[in-house]
Design a protein. Structure first.
Ligand SMILES: [Zn+2]
Length: 252
């Protein structure tokens, strides 16, 4: 983690955040010094990457091995007509470069697994789960739990979404597997079921906010699951208890 004092340009750019008593110059410096790992640069990862870059996160590591297709553009707002056919991580990197010189972007354009996943999770201050399938979520959850890294997890399909934070630094925090004990769950995908554009925007933007909350030491969703019904714009807030028999996060 590099700690370079803020420049006059940065002070001006982030003025509206620095004014907040919950951020201040010290908090903005924390954001500039932060390294965030974003797994998946699709519907959720797009607003996550855009808002984190805009807010001045110093280093984003983007992991995705997919190519931008025209059917992505309906909701994956970091990609454009001009980047169809390119790797999503390259497309996202170009967008962020046009937005801000203050965010360094590292791209990973192959499946992040095993030792490399462990290494990247260890280097990150926060991990943001923007993947679209259960096996990847379970693996990410296992690694984050083991490495004691906070995981801000979001999901969206049809007109429904959910978000929670799993932070194994907090011994009372549940993990993703406490919520879904059955690791054999079959994935239903947006390709099969469809998804309305703003739903991924709402959940992804909430993930960006919660990532900043975590970086500033005030996570809002540890042990809490928010469920969105976008058709009626209704939120449900549920307590998410830790499963004492969870094979991933229980002590035994
Ligand atoms: Zn658990």
């Amino acid at each position: 983690m590099t700690t370079e004092p803020m420049s006059a340009e940065q002070r001006e750019r982030y003025d509206r955040q620095i004014r907040l008593p919950t951020v201040t110059e010290a908090g903005q410096q924390t954001l500039l010094d932060a390294r965030v790992l974003v797994i998946g640069v699709g519907g959720l990862g797009s607003p996550v990457a855009i808002y984190l870059a805009a807010a001045g996160i110093g280093h984003l590591v983007l992991s995705d091995f997919d190519i931008v297709e025209s059917s992505n553009l309906q909701r994956q707002i970091i990609h454009t007509e001009h980047t169809v056919g390119q790797l999503k991580v390259d497309s996202a990197k170009q967008f962020i470069a046009s937005l801000s010189p203050n965010t360094q972007v590292t791209t990973i354009d192959h499946e992040l697994t095993d030792g490399e996943l462990i290494e990247q999770v260890e280097l990150a201050d926060v991990v943001v789960d923007c993947v679209d399938n259960f096996p990847s979520r379970f693996e990410l959850n296992r690694v984050c739990t083991k490495m004691k890294k906070p995981l801000v997890s979001g999901a969206a399909i049809r007109q429904e979404g959910q978000i929670s934070t799993y932070d194994s630094r907090d011994k009372n925090s549940p993990c993703y597997q406490c919520l879904y004990p059955d690791v054999g769950l079959e994935s239903v995908t947006c390709a099969m079921e469809g998804v309305l554009a703003p739903v991924v925007g709402i959940i992804g933007t909430m993930q960006a906010q919660e990532t900043i909350n975590v970086l500033l030491g005030r996570p809002a969703l540890v042990g809490t699951l928010l469920l969105l019904d976008a058709q009626y714009l209704e939120w449900q807030r549920m307590k998410l208890p830790k499963n004492p028999n969870c094979p991933t996060c229980s002590e035994t």
